[in-house]
Design a protein around this ligand. Structure first.
Ligand code: NAD
Length: 454
């Protein structure tokens, strides 16, 4: 079935992609089962070498991948280059893993006990449209490094860079069938990953509603699952903070990728005694965000992904909404939406629900306990920032906020060498960092007797 891929900055069709059906998916999974058997039989150092070649192929293709992402997803060219580079870095990082996938020798009586980290088999990776390249790589790179094969479903709206990454893998010499990209509908290809018994694990990034459904579906086969879901993260600004820096960087913390970021700091909590001063400083920073043609290197924010998504975002800013101030956005073709700051109350849907667009809600708080209470008053728990000059407070609040990824006096983005994931309904399990390989292996215990008494 052909499917038009739209440039969100121009509304023009940039490509037509054939969508896979259930039969295509089953055939791909069968190929992946065969490919995985030969992949795990390869010498570990050889697997590492092939992953490094894949990283090199991505490195040589960064400009093409980035341009493709600009036209498919409306990402700014600077961000898109960073995202393609991230794929290379994640591959290089995990390319070191195959011959370092250590087990343990555990002291026991009457014999030798050793453990092995065995691959799972075929892993299904389901990717959302907001960061098509990095999120794909965070799944496939450690999965392949741990000895698995991968079937990967990009989002319907943004399949182009994933398809190209699949081609680069083959060009780099990865065996046929080892990493297959299957464009298709979530309800068809994604669901089949959940129901097919030869897919031994599903890595899902997307909305909490779909993640819950996938977890429930996986339960019937006790299928392993990693979930990276939504967020409504708090940017907490204390009265003793460097307010100039906190205000200057707050737009980046929420409006990067037009707010279509699960880690977007979309709730700003400001201590009441500096609230007015912070808003004074925030206003020029927001008005200064350069929104426009994403292929222009000076652009800081592009369009939203689709007309449907823009309508959803606009629903959070109805007539009469408590708009404090807004930036500019182009008019005409493209799914544009201006950076928008709302001075809401604590129960306004714009303050409580994930908007996934360039809308941020600001509220005052009284003291540290109040800040922590407001920050934690959500089912989400993905990321957040804490601005203060008091190191002890920075640590106390970091420990008290129920979220997986916090940054102090910064809006740290995801690092491939540190763990990433959510508390509460923001997810299950961790990606990236040294421990991600555990999520793609089973521990096997083997005992060998060395004495009669065993
Ligand atoms: P979505 O849940 O609608 O779709 C995500 C992926 O799941 C797509 O590939 C889609 O085709 C597929 N899918 C849809 N229904 C399915 C089903 N029944 N079975 C299997 N697969 C199915 O999410 P989206 O709108 O593409 O992405 C936005 C959401 O993703 C936001 O909520 C955002 O917070 C979240 N997100 C989270 C992270 C994180 O790491 N925590 C990162 C990026 C995005």
């Amino acid at each position: 079935m052909p499917h038009d891929v739209i440039n969100p900055a121009t509304e023009q069709v940039v490509a037509t992609v054939a969508l896979c059906d259930v039969e295509d998916t089953d055939a791909a999974i069968a190929r992946a089962v065969r490919a995985q058997r030969s992949w795990r039989a390869l010498a570990p150092a050889e697997r590492g070498r092939l992953l490094r070649r894949f990283a090199a192929a991505v490195d040589a293709d960064i400009e093409t991948l980035a341009r493709l992402e600009v036209s498919n997803s409306g990402h700014t060219i600077g961000n898109a280059r960073g995202e393609a580079s991230n794929v290379r870095d994640v591959l290089e990082y995990y390319a070191a893993a195959p011959d370092r996938l250590f087990g343990k020798q555990i002291p026991v009586a009457d014999g030798v006990n050793i453990t092995f980290q065995e691959p799972l088999g075929v892993v299904g990776v389901i990717v959302p449209w907001n960061f098509p390249m990095p999120i794909a790589a965070w799944g496939f790179a450690p999965a392949l490094a741990a000895g698995n094969a991968v079937v990967l479903k990009p989002a319907e709206l943004t399949p182009l860079t994933a398809i190209r990454l699949g081609e680069l893998a083959l060009r780099a010499g990865l065996p046929e069938g080892l990493l297959q990209v299957l464009p298709g509908r979530g309800s068809v290809v994604g669901e089949r990953f959940v129901t097919h018994p030869d897919v031994r694990k599903v890595v899902f990034t997307g909305s909490t509603a779909v993640g819950q459904r996938i977890m429930a579906g996986c339960a019937s086969q006790v299928k392993r699952v990693t979930l990276e879901l939504g967020g409504k993260s708090a940017n907490i600004v204390f009265g003793d903070a460097d307010l100039e820096r906190a205000a200057a960087t707050a737009p980046h913390g929420v409006f990067d990728n037009a707010g279509q970021d699960c880690c977007a700091r979309s709730r700003i909590l400001v201590q009441r005694n500096v609230y007015d001063r912070f808003m004074e400083l925030l206003e020029p920073a927001v008005r200064g965000v350069v929104v426009g043609d994403p292929s222009d290197a000076l652009t800081e924010m592009g369009p939203l992904i689709s007309a449907q998504h823009r309508a959803k975002v606009a629903g959070y800013v109805p007539d009469g909404a408590p708009v404090a101030f807004r930036g500019d956005a182009p008019t005409g073709d493209g799914f544009w939406f201006p950076p928008t700051v709302l001075a809401t109350g604590l129960t306004d849907p714009a303050f409580t629900e994930e908007i996934f667009g360039p809308v941020v809600a600001v509220v005052p708080f009284d003291d540290e306990a109040d800040a922590v209470r407001i920050a934690n008053d959500t089912e989400y728990g993905l990321s957040g920032s804490i601005w203060t000059r008091d190191v002890a407070r920075a640590l106390r609040v970091s420990r008290a906020v129920e979220a997986g990824n916090l940054s102090v006096n910064s809006h740290s983005s995801v690092r491939y060498n540190t763990p990433f994931g959510g508390f509460k309904q923001s997810g299950l399990g961790r990606e990236l960092g040294p421990d991600a390989l555990d999520a793609f292996t089973e521990t096997k215990n083997v005992f060998i007797p060395t004495s009669e008494g065993a």
